[in-house]
Design a protein around this ligand. Structure first.
Ligand code: FA5
Length: 346
């Protein structure tokens, strides 16, 4: 029996030490120390031993039991430690590794420049207005002195919608210019008035390097008493000088727009050749920039403003073309085609 106990002890210790998981250890514990385990079986037969052997075997059995229990506890702790170590290894995070750079977006070139334009005009005392992109025929044309039958409507061939606002305002149309905001601002705020209105416009247009069917304009309108074109020249020279960060000169040429009288085109001195003549300005020293003029009395009337007391000027320039000039972009189509290789350069 003594020999049997020693064998069981050696075998059990080895098995316990070889256990690779807590579950396996539990099984082993049951196999040796459980109610029907091997040690229990031996203990059961102690009662049949002779009186002199009983205490010896009983003592030895207890020692083996204690030793196995201690070994099981030790193995339990060892396995626990190993499990924690494995978990730590699998979850290891090297905080010294370089991180993944999140992709952060930025403003597109057009709103970037629009913001600069708005800030300069705000400094000059102009409020920034907004207007709907889907307009009525009345605000886009009639109120701007372009009646239904007028040939000037052909200058801005465009996209019409099937629905009508009401009979008075005609069909709905994707606005062809920002000029309808002139009428809306006059009706809302009256005179005196000093505003700009940047925004997106739409034309039924064949596209090429300098023409798109969707582009951005900036409208300007100043109405007060004793206003002349000299004020327009001063404001635009100051605006362009601040925008380009260098001295810019402007000049007027005659131009035609039904909503101004007299109408004119404004050019500015070419920044690439300083007025000396180059390919960009077609050797003229001047860059064509925008349409402008004194607001027509019919337009003031449509805006509810007394044309006997007030007068003023209006202008409209292509923000998209201004962006192209500022960043030396040679094709307008790069700006709106959504190609990130282009956009991310700015
Ligand atoms: C107008 O749209 C007038 N409403 C401007 C105006 C306002 C005149 C107030 C007088 C008083 P025009 O069609 O010329 O004018 O357009 C103005 C500017 O928009 C042009 O100088 C040009 O820079 C830009 N532009 C016109 N068509 C296109 C196009 N298809 N693509 C890109 N820019 C364009």
């Amino acid at each position: 029996m003594q020999h049997q106990l020693q064998e069981l002890r050696t075998e059990a210790l080895q098995k316990i030490q070889n256990c690779k998981s807590q579950a396996e250890l539990l099984e082993t514990e049951k196999a040796y120390l459980g109610k029907t385990g091997s040690l229990q079986e031996i203990l059961k037969s102690v009662k049949d031993l002779s009186a002199d052997k009983k205490p010896v075997i009983g003592k030895l059995s207890n020692e083996v039991k204690k030793e196995l229990e201690a070994e099981i506890e030790l193995q339990k702790q060892t396995l626990k430690k190993l499990e924690i170590e494995a978990k730590l290894n699998s979850e290891f995070l090297d905080v010294t590794l370089p991180g993944q750079k999140p992709e952060i977006g930025h403003l597109h070139l057009i709103p970037q420049t629009q913001k600069e334009v708005e800030e300069i005009f705000a400094e000059l005392g102009f409020a920034v207005m907004d207007g709907p992109e889907v307009e009525s025929e009345y605000y886009n044309f009639e109120a701007l002195n372009i009646p239904d039958t007028h040939p000037a409507r052909d200058m801005q061939d465009t996209f019409f919608l099937d629905n009508k606002l009401d009979d008075e305002h005609g069909r709905m149309v994707l606005r062809t210019h920002t000029s309808p905001v002139q009428i809306r601002s006059m009706l809302t705020h009256g005179a005196p008035l000093r505003i700009i209105a940047p925004g997106r416009v739409f034309r039924y247009e064949a596209t090429d390097a300098s023409h798109d069917a969707i582009f951005h304009q900036v409208e300007g309108l100043l109405i007060d008493e004793n206003i002349s074109l000299a004020h327009l020249k001063g404001v635009m020279a100051e605006f362009l000088t601040r925008l380009f960060g260098q001295k810019v000169k402007v000049r007027f040429r005659p131009g035609y727009f039904p909503f101004v009288e007299p109408g004119l085109e404004l050019d500015f001195s070419c920044l690439l050749c300083n007025g000396g003549g180059c390919r960009v300005c077609k050797q003229s020293g001047w860059v064509e920039f925008m349409g402008a003029g004194m607001v027509h009395p019919n337009v003031l009337k449509a805006g509810g403003i007394d044309s006997e007391k007030y007068q003023g000027w209006a202008f409209g320039f292509g923000l998209t073309r201004l962006v192209m000039m500022k960043h030396k972009i040679t094709d307008i189509r790069y700006l709106m085609n959504g190609d990130l290789r282009f956009i991310n350069q700015f």
